[in-house]
Write a protein that binds this ligand. Structure first.
Ligand SMILES: [Zn+2]
Length: 258
């Protein structure tokens, strides 16, 4: 881990009234091996960055969290949920999923995002974690509700036990949707904060509480990736002329680490 930047990372552990048995990190863009538009901690192979640099960044993620392997997804803004129940033999990326669940210790499940939310879920009773990629299309599809439901069906979780953390992502300050009448359901109108601007942090919180989580179990980072230059931001790259941009990464793992 690069000590010069570790203080900038939101690196914490889900606290429970039992033992602490899950750790997670919401990485900012500093302290990585990528250069140019992708400087420096780009986690994604799919955005035009040098593969060697991305692999080095992913190694640093594994070192930081003490992971055996890292499992991620080529995300598609859909609502498919991948349940990892057998121990992998290597790092790998599954295709076409936007949520990952596992009950295996020391396997990092990672979301790649630049303005979209990464939402981490942890059930300390059943020892299950989830990582969800949730942009506005995910909110429209209620991928959070579907992921909680899958935790109950596949891992016997009780929603009231589940803790959640929402990563740095597009804040209500920058969530402008000029086509909202066409793109967003009418129910989202109650999350309108000013003309064409919606509070997707509150939408996620409400979808989670509608799924049975306690509001007090949900932590919202509150950092807007479009405002803060410490994070990659798709919206900010568009504002600056459409330059490519990297992806932030948010990772969770079960267990105490090495
Ligand atoms: Zn903002």
């Amino acid at each position: 881990m690069d000590p010069d930047y570790s203080h900038k990372r939101q690196y914490m552990k889900f606290m429970t009234d039992r033992s602490v048995s899950c750790r997670y990190a919401m990485f900012d863009r500093h302290g990585g091996a990528s250069t140019g538009f992708f400087a420096a901690f780009n986690s994604s192979y799919g955005v035009g960055d040098d593969d060697f640099a991305v692999t080095e960044n992913r190694m640093r993620i594994k070192e930081t969290l003490g992971l055996d392997f890292l499992v991620s997804a080529r995300q598609v803004h859909g609502d498919h949920i991948y349940c990892l129940k057998e121990r992998p033999a290597a790092d790998h990326e599954v295709d076409g999923y936007d949520a990952l669940l596992t009950n295996l210790p020391n396997i990092g499940i990672m979301i790649q995002h630049a303005d979209c939310q990464a939402v981490l879920l942890y059930d300390p009773n059943r020892q299950v974690i989830g990582a969800v990629h949730c942009g506005w299309r995910g909110s429209v599809q209620d991928i959070l509700g579907k992921t909680v439901k899958t935790m109950t069906e596949v891992f016997n979780s009780r929603p009231a036990d589940i803790l959640a953390a929402i990563s740095p992502s597009l804040g209500p300050c920058c969530s402008e949707f000029v086509n909202h009448a066409r793109e967003l359901p009418a129910a989202f109108q109650s999350f309108l904060v000013r003309q064409n601007h919606f509070d997707f942090w509150r939408i996620s919180r409400d979808q989670l509480t509608a799924s049975g989580l306690y509001a007090s179990s949900i932590t919202i980072s509150g950092v807007c990736t479009s405002c803060s230059t410490d994070y990659f931001s798709y919206r900010r790259s568009i504002r600056s002329g459409g330059d490519p941009t990297g992806r932030n990464c948010t990772v969770a793992a079960l267990g105490m680490g090495k």
